[in-house]
Design a protein around this ligand. Structure first.
Ligand SMILES: Nc1ncnc2c1ncn2[C@@H]1O[C@H](COP(=O)(O)OP(=O)(O)OP(=O)(O)O)[C@@H](O)[C@H]1O
Ligand SMILES: [Mg+2]
Length: 258
């Protein structure tokens, strides 16, 4: 089986060398946990290996992705329109042939296929950041839309990372349908402990892979990207929200429902 490196060697080791080619992997987590930076690392590694790379951005502008990547010494600019196409789906004014003015799964797929045809034959990597944007107004459709993306794009021989947001209050993936459809789930978390922001990563699912099952603390380092600090041998309570806060959230949710 061919596995694609994420550009984070210590992480690759946790999944038997990398993400199996052709997989559709969901990166889920709260805001600011590192999903986009992980995705950029996957693309930077693809560019290094000569893959055709496509990055669909729905929440940040194309420039924002390029500038963020630069901070980790990943030069995206030199590859633009040769090996890399960044599809801007922010839905502002349509600016060029690689921006979308309407965000629907069909529009996105058509644009991605067009981009793949432009980039030619090599092995291809695709990031959809975020896929939740496609079903923000219709969470019940998340499974159907995710399945559609996976089914159509599989034929184009992509290996896909799709980021998906987590609702902070309920700790549930937004439109959780994607988690069933995905071949893999990488869960990002954050918590403030002793007055400090900490981030964690856990491989919750990776089909056909004897993957690591620990929670790892991660850091985002300038010039480097995501680094693994070590696995945590602590109780769930040490990285989850404190019990009291969880209870308050539960109560608030219940009140909302009633
Ligand atoms: N140059 C840098 N050096 C260190 N840390 C950085 C640097 N640039 C960004 N970060 C950290 O990365 C965080 C952003 O990570 P990222 O954009 O990957 O989050 P995300 O999970 O995609 O969030 P969202 O769901 O909001 O898109 C910032 O909030 C900051 O803490
Ligand atoms: Mg992001």
């Amino acid at each position: 089986m061919v596995r694609l490196s994420t550009g984070i060697p210590e992480f690759d080791k946790l999944i038997e060398g990398g993400i199996p080619q052709g997989f559709f992997v969901a990166l889920t987590g709260e805001p600011g946990t590192g999903k986009s930076i992980f995705s950029e690392s996957f693309i930077a590694e693809g560019l290094k290996e000569g893959d055709a790379c496509i990055y669909v951005t729905t929440e940040e502008s194309r420039d924002s992705i390029i500038n963020q990547a630069k901070q980790f010494n990943w030069n995206f600019e030199d590859y633009l329109d040769k090996k890399l196409i960044i599809i801007d789906a922010l839905m502002k004014e349509k600016e060029d042939e690689w921006s979308l003015s309407e965000l629907s799964a069909e529009e996105l797929v058509n644009k991605v296929i067009e981009a793949k045809q432009k980039l030619g034959k090599p092995r291809a990597r695709l990031v959809i950041d975020s896929v939740s944007a496609l079903f923000l107004d219709k969470p019940a459709m998340s499974r159907k839309i995710s399945y559609y993306l996976k089914r159509v794009l599989y034929k184009w021989r992509f290996t896909i990372l799709a980021t998906s947001q987590y609702a902070i209050t309920t700790s549930q993936a937004f439109g959780f349908g994607i988690e069933h459809v995905a071949d893999g789930i990488i869960r990002f978390r954050r918590v403030v402990r002793d007055g400090e922001l900490k981030r964690y990563i856990l491989i919750e699912k990776m089909r056909q892979t004897n993957h690591d099952k620990y929670v790892w603390e991660i850091d985002i380092k300038p010039g480097k990207g995501i680094v693994l600090l070590g696995k945590i041998n602590e109780r769930k309570e040490d990285y989850a929200l404190p019990g009291k806060i969880n209870e308050k959230i539960k109560k608030a949710n219940k009140d909302e429902i009633l």
